[in-house]
Design a protein around this ligand. Structure first.
Ligand code: MEV
Length: 305
């Protein structure tokens, strides 16, 4: 049964290991975080997706919604209100969570329930507008929530991540994911053999991460984070600010740190002992904005409206 109004929210994400290489079908480890985007939608008498008096065109949210409308044969429009506590263009999956929450409200309005498979495909369509060749990791994480091992060909497999919180350092520089993905492709085209070796190592590294999760070996996880950061730097997606944030985190006593998401600016995640994390956060906050956020957050959910 269709609904006249609906609201849904979806979480942001941090990629703990494996961004960029996931585009080439290597595994990555990801977690939903406790920062969310919320979308409210009301049936509107004019076709299309509207925010106030403006028709939203060529936007991930409108594309995701229009996809749901096309598939369900809905011909009216919707008016939207989008709010989010996820900073945008810094690697935390802000646009994917908006796409997923938008598709979720469209599914509620047209079908009266959330059809997860429809939402997944609709949100991926939305993401194609802002990304270049998205692997689907951001939308899958916003949809399913929790922690996951993700590969492009096999999708999202839930896994237990033995970390309650993660310290996120925002370098303050925004960038476009699509451009960073293209940068890695250029590296690959110029350095085919080396790139293959990097992919092989990344895949082994993810296996070592899973073992370290099982053994709760945080020192090892920290070392693996730094190695992952070295590989990302080599393919050209680190930046001066990222390197500075990583050094600052290590000097403050973190086990490891690396960029998260597309890089080129954006955010760095930092792994530290639970009782040291507040102190480290305080030190880093003198230079960068920091977020201490919980992991394994709930995925897409219907909200009260
Ligand atoms: C962006 O959050 C993650 C990237 O690996 C791109 C993608 O997987 O679509 C950089």
């Amino acid at each position: 049964m269709s609904m006249r109004k609906a609201a849904a929210s979806a979480p942001g994400k941090v990629i703990l290991f494996g961004e960029h290489f996931v585009v080439y079908d290597k595994p990555a480890i990801v977690s939903a975080i406790h920062l969310r985007a919320r979308v409210e939608a009301w049936i509107h008498n004019q076709p299309g997706v509207w925010v106030g008096n403006r028709r939203l065109l060529n936007h991930p949210a409108s594309r995701a919604i229009e996809y749901v409308f096309e598939k369900t044969g809905y011909t009216s429009g919707v008016r939207l209100k989008i709010s989010s506590d996820i900073p945008s263009s810094v690697g935390l999956g802000s646009s994917a969570s908006i796409s997923v929450a938008s598709a979720g409200t469209a599914s509620l309005i047209t079908l009266g329930r959330i059809d997860k498979e429809l939402v997944r495909i609709a949100a991926s369509e939305g993401e194609k507008i802002v990304h270049f060749n998205p692997s689907g990791i951001d939308t899958s994480t916003a949809l399913y929530g929790g922690g996951g091992l993700y590969t492009r060909s096999r999708g999202f497999t839930p896994i237990e991540i033995p970390l309650k919180k993660i310290l996120i350092i925002d370098t303050g520089k925004t960038r476009r994911t699509g451009e960073m993905v293209k940068r890695v492709r250029e590296f690959m085209e110029k350095n085919k053999e080396r790139f293959n070796d990097i992919l092989t190592r990344e895949e082994e590294l993810i296996g070592e991460v899973i073992d370290a999760f099982r053994g709760l070996d945080f020192e090892k996880l920290g070392r693996l984070m730094l190695e992952n950061q070295n590989l990302l730097r080599e393919v050209g997606v680190s930046s001066m600010e990222i390197e500075e944030a990583v050094k600052l985190a290590l000097n403050a006593g973190a086990y490891g740190a690396k960029l998260t998401g597309a890089g080129g600016g954006g955010c760095v995640i930092c792994l530290a002992e639970e009782d040291k994390i507040q102190e480290i956060s305080k030190i880093i906050s003198r230079r960068f904005k920091v977020y201490l956020t919980g992991l394994s957050a709930e995925g897409l959910r219907e909200e009260e409206i």
